[in-house]
Ligand binder design. Sequence first.
Ligand code: C2O
Ligand code: CU
Length: 500
Amino acid sequence: MQRRNFLKISGLSAGTVVTGGSLAGFLVSCSGCKKEHHMGLMTEPVMVTEGDFSTLLSFPAQAGLNQTLTAQATTANLKGTTIPVLGYQPNSLLGPTFKVNKGDAVNILLQNNLSEHTNIHWHGLKIPALMDGHPDQLADAGSNFRYQFTVNQRAGLSWYHPHPHEKTGKQVFQGLAGLFIINDAEESALNLPSGQYEIPLVIQDKRITNSGITYNPSMEEVMAGYMGDSIVVNGIYSPYTDVSTRYYRLRLLNGSNARVYNLALSNNADIIVIGNDGGLLKNPVTIKEILIAPGERLDVLVNFSGVTVGTELFLMSKEFVQGGAAQGKQSFRIMKFKVTSTVTDPFTVPANLSVISNIQVSSAVKTRTFDISNAMEHHGYPMNDGMQMRHRINGKLFDSNRIDENVAANTNEIWVFDNSKGDEPHPMHLHGVFFQVLDRTGGRGTRIASESGWKDTVLVMPGETVRVLVPFESNTGKFVFHCHNLEHEDDGMMLQYQLS
Ligand code: C2O
Ligand code: CU
């Protein structure tokens, strides 16, 4: 049954709140639906349309550590047309890239020239709660907010984006995001490919029209997350870049609202994973394909040295299973690498990358379990309190006046994300900390290559339960944790912990 027909039959229009009173009739009217998901709302994949990979990849400008970011309505060239977007700088889809060394002080004035409030969350930075872009800490339209902090953490790829509750999805989708790269002595000593051989890639999906980047999620798109049919990399639609016959370091961010990618190279070459959200892994891991969910980062090495000059190959996303109804149904190409020159490459992949000590499970003083299955939506919970069809954690919607979890500073805890009864992927993100992934049961049944070391976002597929071990340190205050599917987050799939 198509959505339009279904809505017609049941007399609902998009945006209608389904309350307990009408539920019985709603379920009856749904009995002929092909699937029971979401009480009859069909979540369908948004198919990607590839471009011709003829636009040269470029990179956002480098940002100074003491400067103003102006959130603004501006324009950018997409698919050959200049269209309205949101940006942190004029004429650009993405904000400038910060490159800092551990120990650097950062002083950023967010000037909000949007017509609504916004803020900046520094995703992956361990900074004070009042600098973290909590949804309470906003710059109103026309005003500003000063972010001042010192970077006191190991090297890694972080990023920044707006976090105003119920507006995050729209603001990110229409262009507000940027990279924040931290370097340190340990990483420098490895002599990884750098300069032109180190390529940051922000992968996003967009809906591009001549009048701008469309963002108008229907009820189904709130359920599945909002996906685009056009893939942009660093804000460029369908790009290519020239490469030489040597190792490259790709610094990857999935900056999409909802789309999960299963990254691979089109020639089936090895991908060597050396890092993730929280920086370098202990040792490199060689794989052929790897999932990256919204909010996650990957640091990988690829070797073009065996490839004949003239060859064109692609970074692609392959089909994958277990992604629920709306994800993983298509293989598509993301960007093109043209091998154009021969060079000698002195680089060899280090066997040891970093020192990471595993936190002892026995050190955990508490285990907290979070039901992210949204079971009441999917499995006929009695909705006797008029609960709406929404994304929740432990049955709760975000409320900034309510502390959901009180955590003692300087203790280790096990947090369990239980999606065992769910039918949608949920990348779960904690602010203010990095954690270690202990294990995954159900679904894929195991940790994947990027899930050793330190993470701040972990993908929990339908049917899966993932346990993480979180060292809460002394950075006290009120922080959020949430699903990084931004439509789920904006829908209320976000809670708060207070560290004291
Ligand atoms: Cu990148 Cu609270 O999110
Ligand atoms: Cu989610």
